[in-house]
Design a protein around this ligand. Structure first.
Ligand code: ADP
Ligand code: MG
Length: 562
C-alpha cells in the first residue's frame, strides 16, 4: 500500500481506490490539503495551477468524511461547466469505488426530470453547475440543509463566466454549519470577495506562484498574418507527428470553420462549441478521450475544465484578451507531470496582448519560425516510416502470398521499396508543401506594407497635403486609403503608398507636368533601407541629415536645369 498516501491520514477504502488509479505519490497540493481537512473542521482556500490534482485534493478526504449510512446530501460541489461537472463526478466515483458513496451530477443541457428522479433516490454528494442547481433550488426539489461540505471548484472560472449571482443565491441556501473549501488557479478580486463574504477564517494553501501557468508547459508563438493563419496551423500539425491537441478559437463560427477546413484536409478532428446539444458535446468528448479524434477545435466556454491526459499541444488560434483565459487554456496540456506545449498564432496587431501575458505571468513566450516546407516534409516522412517500422507483420494472412512476395523481392531492393513507399504515401503532402511559400518570409513581406515616395512638387506649386492627395487620387488609380503620411514641403513632398500599387503610380504619372515642369517621383532611399512598418518613423525621414543633403543636391540639380 502506498506509504505517501497513508501518512496523509487516508483510510483503507480510499487508499485502495488510489492504488487502483495508479497514483504513486500525492501532488503537493494534495500533500497540503488532505491532512488539513481530514484533521480540522475548517474552511479552506487552495490555490494551485491547473493540472496539479486539485480534484483528488478535495475528493479523497471528502469521500472519507461522508457517511454512507445516511441518504442526506452531505456535500455539494460547484463547478463552472457541465464537462467539468461530469469529470469531477467520474473522478469522485473512482475515489469511492470501494466505499460506494452515492454521487450525482446536476448540469444544464440534460433532462432535469431525470436528474430530479435520481436526486429523489437519495444521494450523498452533488456535483453541480450553478445555473442548473439554482433552477432546482427554485423549484424546491433539493434539500441543502444537511450539507457539511461545500466545495467551490475553479472559482475564478465560475466568476469569469458570470455565475456571481447564482453562487450568491446558492451560498445563502446551503446550511450555515458547513465548511467551505474553495479551489482556484488564480485569485482575482471577485474570488477574494467570495472568500471574504462567505467563508470563515479559512486556512490558505498555495502551491507555486499565484497566477502562474503550469511550469510543465513550454510556451511559444509564431508570427503570422491573417492570410497565413490557417496555413501556419496546418504546418504546426503536420510538423508534430504526435499531435494530440486542443485548438482554441474565439467564436463558434471560427470553431466551425476551422473544424470544417481541417476535416476537409483529412485530419481527425471535431469541434466543441456552445451551439451543440449536450449529447453532441458528450459524443465529441468521448471520441477525443479515446483518441478517435486527435484534434479538438473548441471555444473557451465549451472546453473549460476539460481534463484529458497526455494532450501534447494547446494552440491559441487567436490569442484571448484575458490573461486568465490564456492560463486556463494552456493548463489543458502539461498535466500530471507530462510535458506540454502552448502555441500561439499571433498577428503583429496582437503583440501587445502577448506582452501583457508575459508581464502578468512573468515568463517569456519564445518566438519560433514557422516550419519550412522541407522541415514539414521531413517530419511527415519520418513519421510514416516510424509507423511502418512499428507496424506488426501479419504472418497468417501473408502466408498464401509468400511466393508473390519472394518474386517481388528479387526484382527490387529494399531501398527502392522504401523510396517508392514514401513517394506513394506522401505524394499528396509533398505536392502540397513543395511549392508552397515560406510563411516566415511572407510574413516579413506582409509587414512591410508601404513605400515612402518623394515627389518634386510642393507648396511652391500651390499644394497642401489635402490638395496633393486629391491630385494623386485624380491622376492615378489610388484611393484615399492607399495614401498616407502626406507631407508637403516648399518645393517637394513625401507620401506613403502600398507596395503593390507603387508601379501603377509611376505609370500614371509618366509625362504629367505641372506649371510646365515634369513631375517626377522616386522611392525614398530611407524607405528602401528601413521601410515603413511605422509610418511615423518614415515621416521624419526627411529630417535625417544624410537624406537632406541628398535632397538638397537634387534640388540643386533641378534648379540648374532651369
Ligand atoms: P486540477 O483540478 O488541478 O486542474 P485534476 O484534479 O483535474 O487537476 O488532475 C489532473 C490530472 O492529474 C488528472 O488526470 C488526475 O487523474 C491526475 N492526478 C491527480 N493526482 C495525481 C497523483 N497523485 N498522481 C498521478 N496523477 C494524478
Ligand atoms: Mg480541477
Amino acid at each position: 500500500m502506498n506509504e505517501d498516501f497513508i501518512t496523509l491520514g487516508l483510510e483503507k477504502d480510499i487508499l485502495q481506490a488510489v492504488n487502483y488509479l495508479g497514483f504513486e505519490k500525492p501532488t503537493s497540493i494534495q500533500k497540503k490539503c488532505i491532512p488539513i481537512v481530514l484533521n480540522k473542521k475548517t474552511d479552506l482556500v487552495a490555490l494551485a495551477q491547473t493540472g496539479t490534482g486539485k480534484t483528488a485534493a478535495f475528493g479523497l478526504p471528502l469521500i472519507q468524511k461522508i457517511t454512507t449510512h445516511s441518504n442526506n446530501i452531505q456535500a455539494l460541489i460547484l463547478a463552472p461547466t457541465r464537462e467539468l461537472c461530469i469529470q469531477i463526478t467520474e473522478d469522485l466515483k473512482n475515489f469511492a469505488r470501494v466505499k460506494k458513496t452515492k454521487i450525482l451530477a446536476l448540469y444544464g443541457g440534460a433532462s432535469i426530470s431525470d436528474q430530479v428522479r435520481n436526486l429523489k433516490k437519495g444521494v450523498q454528494i452533488i456535483v453541480a453547475t450553478p445555473g442548473r442547481l439554482q433552477d432546482i433550488i427554485n423549484r424546491r426539489l433539493v434539500i441543502l440543509s444537511n450539507v457539511n461540505y461545500l466545495i467551490i471548484d475553479e472559482a475564478d472560472e465560475m466568476l469569469n463566466m458570470g455565475f456571481q449571482e447564482a453562487i450568491d443565491k446558492i451560498l445563502e441556501t446551503v446550511s450555515k454549519k458547513r465548511n467551505t473549501w474553495l479551489f482556484s488557479a488564480t485569485m482575482p478580486n471577485s474570488v477574494s470577495k467570495i472568500i471574504y463574504q462567505y467563508m470563515n477564517d479559512p486556512i490558505e494553501v498555495t502551491c507555486g506562484i499565484k497566477n502562474q501557468s503550469a511550469s510543465t508547459v513550454n510556451h511559444y508563438y509564431y508570427l503570422i498574418n491573417h492570410k497565413t493563419r490557417y496555413k501556419a496551423l496546418r504546418r504546426v500539425i503536420d510538423y508534430n507527428p504526435f499531435f494530440y491537441a486542443i485548438i482554441f478559437c474565439r467564436t463558434r463560427a471560427e470553431t466551425q470553420n476551422i473544424t470544417d477546413r481541417l476535416q476537409t484536409d483529412g485530419f481527425n478532428t471535431d469541434g466543441l462549441h456552445g451551439d451543440m446539444s449536450q449529447m453532441q458535446r458528450d459524443a465529441v468528448m468521448k471520441k477525443f478521450k479515446k483518441k478517435k479524434i486527435t484534434i479538438l477545435v473548441a471555444t473557451d466556454v465549451a472546453s473549460r475544465g476539460i481534463d484529458v491526459d497526455n494532450i501534447s499541444h494547446v494552440v491559441h488560434y487567436q490569442l484571448p484578451d484575458d490573461v486568465e483565459v490564456y492560463t486556463h487554456r494552456s493548463g489543458r496540456t502539461g498535466r500530471a507531470g507530462n510535458l506540454g506545449k502552448s502555441i500561439s498564432l499571433i498577428g503583429a496587431k496582437d503583440m501587445h496582448k502577448l506582452k501583457k501575458i508575459e508581464k502578468t505571468l512573468n515568463f517569456k513566450i519564445e518566438k519560433k519560425n514557422i516550419p519550412s516546407n522541407s522541415e514539414v516534409i521531413k517530419a511527415l516522412v519520418t513519421k510514416s516510416i516510424d509507423d511502418l517500422l512499428n507496424s506488426k507483420i501479419n504472418e497468417k494472412s501473408l502466408k498464401p502470398l509468400k511466393k508473390i512476395i519472394c518474386d517481388i523481392s528479387e526484382k527490387i531492393t529494399s531501398k527502392e521499396i522504401l523510396e517508392k513507399f514514401i513517394s506513394h504515401s506522401l505524394s499528396k503532402m509533398i505536392d502540397l508543401y513543395e511549392d508552397s511559400e515560406d510563411l516566415n518570409s511572407l510574413n516579413k513581406k506582409q509587414l512591410v506594407r508601404s513605400e515612402r515616395v518623394f515627389i518634386n512638387i510642393g507648396e511652391k506649386d500651390g499644394l497642401n497635403w489635402a490638395t496633393l492627395k486629391d491630385l494623386l487620387i485624380n491622376k492615378t488609380s489610388l484611393n484615399d486609403e492607399d495614401l498616407g503620411g502626406v507631407d508637403v514641403k516648399r518645393s517637394f513632398s513625401f507620401f506613403n503608398v502600398s507596395k503593390e500599387k507603387i508601379k501603377g503610380v509611376f505609370k500614371s504619372l509618366k509625362g504629367f507636368s505641372l506649371g510646365g515642369r515634369d513631375v517626377v517621383i522616386e522611392i525614398s532611399k530611407k524607405s528602401k533601407e528601413k521601410n515603413s512598418i511605422k509610418i511615423k518613423k518614415a515621416r521624419s525621414a526627411h529630417s535625417n541629415t544624410k537624406e537632406r543633403t541628398k535632397l538638397k543636391s537634387r534640388k540643386h540639380k533641378r534648379n540648374k536645369k532651369k
